[in-house]
Design a protein around this ligand. Structure first.
Ligand code: HEC
Length: 198
């Protein structure tokens, strides 16, 4: 009985090796075509299949300066400091929403660079409140999101261009909020501030 069990184990191992090898050969020797090679298999003679109707090509064509600015934060390679569309409260709220989702894990809710991932050991990003980033044009933030920056990976495929601008505008809000004194509060808003203190 022992002998039989051992034989079954051996057979199992042998089968694994033989079948495993067969699989590898199948991948290596199976019929396939090289890119752009012709074939008799399809009626049009091409091995590459045309795109399915209604599918969207990846990448994009920069058709105009406006398009380039919206997508990269740059016009003819120069970083800009203007929003490419009107800035409204709604845009800022959208920016806050996206910033909270995508950026706070590392940059934290105030932009000090002390997010939870950083507290768990990732390299600490610079605070948004250092002079260099306070003075950086708005387009710089869009550029960082579009292309990544040093250890930070790009967000172009996760955050649409308009949302990148909304986030950049919200970063400006954070920068203002951290460098503001009571003297900067408009007079008609002062009473609200006093209410909050009470
Ligand atoms: C996984 C962590 C992580 C996330 C999430 C993240 N960042 Fe960063 N970010 C970094 C790190 C790390 C650096 C510093 C990179 C370096 O200097 O090598 C950085 C740097 C920056 C800088 C400074 C660039 C400079 O000029 O020094 C900006 C601006 C920035 N991030 C914006 C964002 C925005 C906006 C988001 C959300 C869309 C975001 N980051 C999400 C980790 C992150």
């Amino acid at each position: 009985m022992r002998e039989r069990t051992r034989n079954i184990v051996w057979l199992g191992m042998l089968l694994t090796i033989v079948l495993g090898a067969a699989c590898r050969n199948g991948m290596r020797d199976g019929a396939r075509t090289k890119p752009l090679e012709s074939t008799q298999f399809f009626a049009d003679g091409r091995s590459a299949r045309p795109l399915v109707d209604g599918t969207v090509a990846r990448g994009y064509a920069m058709v105009s300066d406006e398009e380039e600015y919206l997508r990269t934060g740059k016009i003819k390679g120069q970083l800009g400091n203007q929003m490419p569309f009107p800035l409204t409260r709604q845009v800022l709220e959208r920016g806050q929403d996206r910033f909270t989702i995508f950026c706070t894990p590392c940059h934290d809710h105030l932009g000090n660079g002390q997010g939870m991932i950083v507290q768990r050991g990732l390299a600490r990003p610079p605070s948004y409140h250092i002079d260099r980033l306070r003075q950086a044009p708005l387009g710089h933030f869009v550029d960082v999101m579009t292309n990544g920056f040093g250890a930070m990976y790009p967000y172009a495929y996760r955050i649409a261009p308009r949302d990148r601008w909304a986030i950049a505008a919200y970063i400006r809000v954070l920068q203002l909020s951290q460098g503001t004194t009571v003297a900067d509060v408009p007079e008609d808003q002062l009473s609200k501030l006093e209410e909050m203190e009470e």
